[in-house]
Design a protein around this ligand. Structure first.
Ligand code: NDP
Ligand code: MG
Length: 396
């Protein structure tokens, strides 16, 4: 039997990280954990190290590293603890690593994910913000290194499964008319508009179908998540926003579709559980058990579809505008959204103000060409400053 693949899980303590470790643990002969990273949930990281015995763990500070290293020693483990972004990049690009699972949330994931790409690792991408911020540079790096980049985001994984193997020659060449990106519509799909002023972070995080981290849960409620996914899809499948239609499908059973010129529409269905796209991407082009229950179509009984309402979901409109503007606009959108969502979760702004803040920052920050990664970080920092200034003026 061949030796197990060594895997680095960036963001191991999060929702996607934990689902990944669940799938990996089902296939010990195929996969072994090389490194695990955490940020605030360090007791959980210790428990994961005990369970998966990685060679490395990464934490944000020297003090946290000292503590974890002591705890690991007491637990009888020789896992080495590394610190900060340097540590994250080291375990992403380490010569022994085969596959890197990018599941840090937000802009913080960009450098370590790019380090994996540049080192030619197989990269399984959940961290959509990294691609939204730096799409052109990120995809150039993918092509330069020849790495295999597979989407974990359930919609993009579904689209990938519905495309032919040679789709990289161009979607038009393989007969694709449109991509149909499905969205659940989140917890506020039917909430009276006047009540949105008063919804709480916990209500926003109570997704009807998926269990996820808090940032992406708020993004799903506002449909900014779908906007980020629209941009993500443009980069992953080398297409334009005009070729992507967002379809609200409240049951979250169809994870996205591809519409071909002959009238065929291919869809990927499954229970809403991230272990399916994770298992698909881990084993691709093979198939392995993910632990997800078989789909019971009789209990689902019906599949509904609606067009998204841009009055209810202004973030979707803002994201489409940023996608169409291109260049630096998606990075500005992403940065403003990260600040806005954190402020909403901290109860400093009301839910509708998420869109107001992003709209203003997009209007203030000019669209510029981006040819270097440092420019992306400068734009990100400027947009965050503008968003903070908006908060100082309007927040609580
Ligand atoms: P979580 O909030 O559950 O997990 C985020 C992970 O990132 C945690 O391990 C967290 O560490 C770590 N982290 C947070 N901030 C930093 C930082 N500054 N530096 C280093 N590590 C950090 O999020 P999810 O798992 O839900 O989402 C992760 C990514 O996957 C996001 O980009 C999201 O959009 C994407 N995604 C998620 C899906 C889902 O079903 N959850 C579906 C599709 C995409 P700690 O917990 O220790 O603080
Ligand atoms: Mg998704």
């Amino acid at each position: 039997m061949s030796t197990p693949q060594l895997i680095t899980v960036l963001g191991a303590t999060g929702s996607v990280g934990l689902s990944t470790l669940d799938v990996i643990a089902r296939h010990p002969a195929r996969y072994q954990v090389f490194a695990l990273t955490g940020y605030t949930r360090l007791a959980e990281l210790l428990a994961l190290c005990v369970r998966h015995t990685p060679q490395f763990a990464v934490v944000p500070t020297t003090a946290a590293a000292r503590q974890l290293q002591d705890d690991l020693r007491v637990a009888g483990l020789d896992t080495r603890v590394l610190v900060g972004e340097g540590g994250l990049c080291e375990v992403s690009a380490h010569p022994l690593v085969d596959t890197v699972l990018a599941a840090i949330v937000g802009a913080a994931g960009l450098r370590p994910t790019l380090a994996a790409v540049e080192a030619g690792k197989k990269v399984l991408l959940a961290n959509k913000e990294a691609l939204v911020m730096s799409g052109a540079l990120f995809m150039q790096a993918v092509r330069r290194s020849g790495t295999v980049l597979l989407p974990l985001d359930s919609e993009h994984n579904a689209i990938f499964q519905c495309l032919p193997r040679d789709y990289e020659s161009g979607l038009e060449k393989v007969g694709v008319r449109r991509i149909l990106l499905t969205a659940s519509g989140g917890p506020f799909r039917q909430t009276p508009l006047a009540e949105l002023e008063h919804v709480s972070p916990d209500q926003a995080c109570a997704h009807p179908n998926w269990s996820m981290g808090r940032k992406i849960s708020v993004d799903s409620a506002s449909m900014m998540n779908k906007g980020l996914e629209l941009i993500e899809a443009c980069w992953l499948f080398d297409t334009t926003p005009a070729r992507i239609e967002v379809v609200i499908h409240p049951q979250s059973v169809i994870h996205s579709m591809v519409d071909y010129v002959d009238g065929s529409v291919l869809a990927q269905l499954g229970n809403p559980d991230m272990r399916t796209p994770i298992a698909h991407a881990l084993a691709w082009p093979e198939r392995i058990d993910s632990g997800v229950a078989p789909l019971d179509l009789f209990s689902i009984a019906r599949l509904d579809f609606e067009a998204p309402d841009e009055v209810r979901f202004p973030c979707l409109r803002l994201a489409r505008q940023a996608a169409e503007a291109g260049d630096s606009a998606p990075a500005v959108l992403n940065a403003a959204n990260e600040v806005a969502v954190a402020a909403f979760l901290d109860k400093r702004i009301r839910y509708p103000e998420i869109a107001s803040m992003i709209d203003e920052v997009l209007n203030l920050e000019p669209v510029v060409a981006v040819s270097e990664l440092e420019t992306v970080f400068e734009i990100d920092a400027r947009a965050r400053t503008l968003a903070e200034q908006w908060l100082d003026r309007n927040g609580r």
